[in-house]
Design a binder for this molecule. Structure first.
Ligand SMILES: NC(=O)c1ccc[n+]([C@@H]2O[C@H](COP(=O)([O-])OP(=O)(O)OC[C@H]3O[C@@H](n4cnc5c(N)ncnc54)[C@H](OP(=O)(O)O)[C@@H]3O)[C@@H](O)[C@H]2O)c1
Length: 338
């Protein structure tokens, strides 16, 4: 019986060939495979965004084998809105596919007022995941992250809270984000002692931001922890979109919270222009080349993209068609970006 016959004819039916369109990599030494490209809901899923467009992006993602949707407690705007919108999209479209999805959320940045809605205390993390599950209408998340290191809270307390949530069944796996190489090693050791290995690290990593190459990737490889790179397109800078000015519907114009127009100056654009030429010579868009550049390293389990439309996501997905880089091209890219 074909898959579509198994489900009600009403509503969204995922494409039958979705798993032929994606490759999956093992997350560190765990049993979990993640798609080489995952989708994040940091932007474009708030109450100020078009709900149908948000919903279309996730359907397009899943139809192309993207099984991993990444959230955080404070994605919006306002904080919590992306989880609430996701909950509605999930209820309308994805309930029947729950066991085919890896849904993650995080806590660690400011979320609610007062001393218990920020950083890394046990109080914050446990309360926050309960709130996230409620907003999303889920019984559990697949991955729960501590969103950023907090040097004022003992690491044992933060890791202990993550371990507790796994043992309670509210999260299947746990992860950390933006921890340095040294902090990661400490966290991994504590978690191993607790019996809940660290599944994955979520660092910022792109051609333009390579801090992970200075130790973190080696730690992850040695410890068998996966890596999922966020902001691979530098929020849109590593695409051709700003080469002819500031498009009205771009992140830098629509939403100046995290990407400011001043960041996209002539010095940056000169580099982007040169990278764009290399991408063209490879038969790729710059976005595709930027994603492929990350995936060429097998230690990168998945590249976590954002998209403001399904068309953008379709463009980014084509990155997987060419992951090969000659040493000359790699050298040229390094020269441009140094
Ligand atoms: N752990 C953390 O601390 C942390 C921090 C940040 C992000 N993240 C995660 O990483 C995810 C991705 O971050 P991000 O949104 O900054 O990623 P990104 O992929 O670097 O940027 C996405 C933006 O680039 C533009 N874009 C995407 N594909 C394009 C294409 N093919 N052609 C032209 N433009 C394209 C769109 O912006 P326009 O709006 O201009 O169209 C899109 O919203 C987040 O959703 C979140 O899940 C995690």
């Amino acid at each position: 019986m074909s898959e579509s016959n198994n489900f009600s004819k009403k509503g969204y039916q995922a494409k039958d060939d979705r798993y032929q369109k994606m490759n999956y990599r093992r997350t560190g030494k765990s049993g979990l495979l993640l798609p080489m490209i995952s989708i994040g809901l940091w932007h474009n899923f708030g109450f100020t965004d078009d709900f149908e467009n948000s919903s279309d992006i996730l359907k397009c993602a899943f139809d192309h084998g993207i099984t991993h949707f990444d959230l955080a407690n404070n994605y919006g705007p306002p904080y919590g809105a992306a989880e609430t919108n996701f909950g509605n999209i999930f209820k309308q479209n994805f309930k029947q596919y729950r066991d085919e999805l890896i849904i993650s959320t995080k806590a660690g940045w400011d979320m609610w007022p007062g001393p218990y809605g920020d950083y890394g205390s046990r109080k914050y993390l446990i309360a926050s995941l309960d709130q996230s599950l409620q907003r999303m209408g889920l019984d559990y998340v697949d991955i729960f992250y501590h969103h950023r290191p907090d040097s004022d809270t003992p690491l044992e307390e933060t890791m202990g809270a993550l371990d507790h949530l796994v043992k309670q069944g509210k999260a299947l796996y746990i992860g950390i984000s933006q921890y340095s190489a040294e902090q990661t090693l400490q966290a991994v050791n504590i978690l191993n002692d607790l019996g809940t290995p660290c599944l994955i690290h979520q660092p910022r990593y792109s051609m333009m931001d390579r801090w992970v190459e200075d130790g973190l990737l080696n730690v992850l490889e040695n410890e068998g922890v996966g890596a999922i790179a966020f902001s691979p397109l530098e929020q849109g800078i590593l695409t051709s979109k700003y080469l002819k000015g500031f498009p009205k519907d771009s992140r830098a114009v629509r939403d100046g919270r995290y990407l400011k127009k001043e960041q996209i100056n002539e010095k940056i654009l000169l580099k982007v222009r040169q990278l764009n030429e290399i991408a063209k010579s490879r038969g790729q868009s710059l976005a595709q080349m930027a994603i492929a550049w990350l995936l060429k390293d097998e230690r990168i389990t998945s590249v976590l993209v954002g998209a403001s439309s399904s068309e953008q996501l379709l463009d980014s997905l084509k990155a997987m068609e060419n992951l090969e880089f000659s040493s000359e091209v790699l050298k040229r890219i390094d020269q441009i970006l140094k």
